[in-house]
Write a protein that binds this ligand. Sequence first.
Ligand SMILES: [Zn+2]
Length: 517
Amino acid sequence: MANFHPSRLPVVLFTALAATTLPNALAAQSAAKPGEVPAAMALIKEADLKRDLYAMAGDAMRGREAGTPDEMRASIWVAEQLRAIGVKPIGDDGSYFQWFNMVRTRVSTVSTRASLGTNALEVWKDFIPLGGSSADVAGTVVWVANSADTTIDVRGKVVATPIVAPNPASIRTTTNSADVRYTQAAISATQARFARRGAAGLILVADATSDAAFDGLAILRGRGTYDVDRAARRFATQPTRAELPVPARQAGTPAFLVRGSMATALQGAPSIEVQVRLERFETPSVNIVGVIRGSDPKLRDEYVLFSSHQDHDGVRYQIDGDSVWAGADDNGTVSVALLASARAFAKQPGKRSVLFVYHGAEERGLLGSRYHAAHPVVPLEKIVTVLNGDMIGRNHPDSASLLGIQPPHRNSSDLVTMAMRANELTGKFKLDSIWDRPTHPEGWYFRSDHVPYARLNVPAVMYSTNLHDDYHTPRDKPERINYPKLTRMSQWMYLTGWFVANAPTRPGIDPGFKLER
Ligand SMILES: [Zn+2]
């Protein structure tokens, strides 16, 4: 499950919101009709899911970060499992792999330089640039002890000021460590105090909490940003052909975070000079693609696409002594659920073919799905449904979410009907409908790999058991997964796919479907 840029993300405490159920979700349940549930569903086994997840989200996989050998290692592991199960390759050169390039933009540690008085400063070690662009700042530092005092004229000056504690309500409640979340909110709060005051540069001096967060924040910001060229859209406003210019100058006041130990030096009116420069390069990521051919000569050229992402956040900084952000729930759970579905389809194929796509670089902005939706390995119009899952092994054992089932996110009532029936016959989950709402502050619908397909009018839903405190932290480990729940979620995804694969007609698109962003 991918993040939004923090600035897109309003913060809300979800414990304050009551879960609601869809009125018809549990109504009119009936037992399975003869033949409705295929015998092969018995091949979706808790023991297999558990074994596979401990392999895929174990420390040896090092968090599977996109564009690194760790994502490659995990991708090869997935491909080997598919081969052993009997899924056929449908990627580049007869392989299981569809390669694409990520375009990465980050601060250049080689070309970025800074000095305070006669001392050289080192980027990421002594200071953290807070904008996503190049910057040139030079002058004599003016110390502003109280940033709330707006009578001080800072126009054209380089200001140094203690970072201010944020309003607790503005601090995110998930991802990273508490000190990093505090610091991100504190940076915004302090910058806001200098908005439109015309300073030439802003040096934020860390307090004790942001000092503790400094190295972690440097590791997070040092990664820069990622994009992909010639890709489908995640958001309506996203260019399909990314010209991706390197941002020339920061729009607002260039800002930097420095360690608390620099406060004394900054109060002595020293001269400062900072030049931030960016670098851009392409680096490969990969989608893993395989197919199980359908049994019906007429329908086998249509495909039900099962979707996961194999990447996660890699090795970052330590939280509670652990630096491997393993991504067991996100998205090891769905990755192993797809292997289980593949075992069942390999044993008992449906009428339509089944396409398994593990998308690379989802965490970097849905890059693999944006690429595959624009360059699918089978014709896009032959993909009759996308069943995407992201994080399906946590939270209350009896609740789950299915995204894409309420307007404006619902694009196929036919598909929703099949998914609801599959739920009745498998997990019997109470569906938490708030996560599918356009007003949901987390924007959950837009945060995984079904989105680029849905936007291209492919019927699509996403299965999720939603956010938890271990989301995007090193604590997202295999031992924290509810395996009986993961098994039921896997069966639900599988049976939905079975229904679509065998339906006399493919699911239609609801008229007037249009996403709100
Ligand atoms: Zn994620």
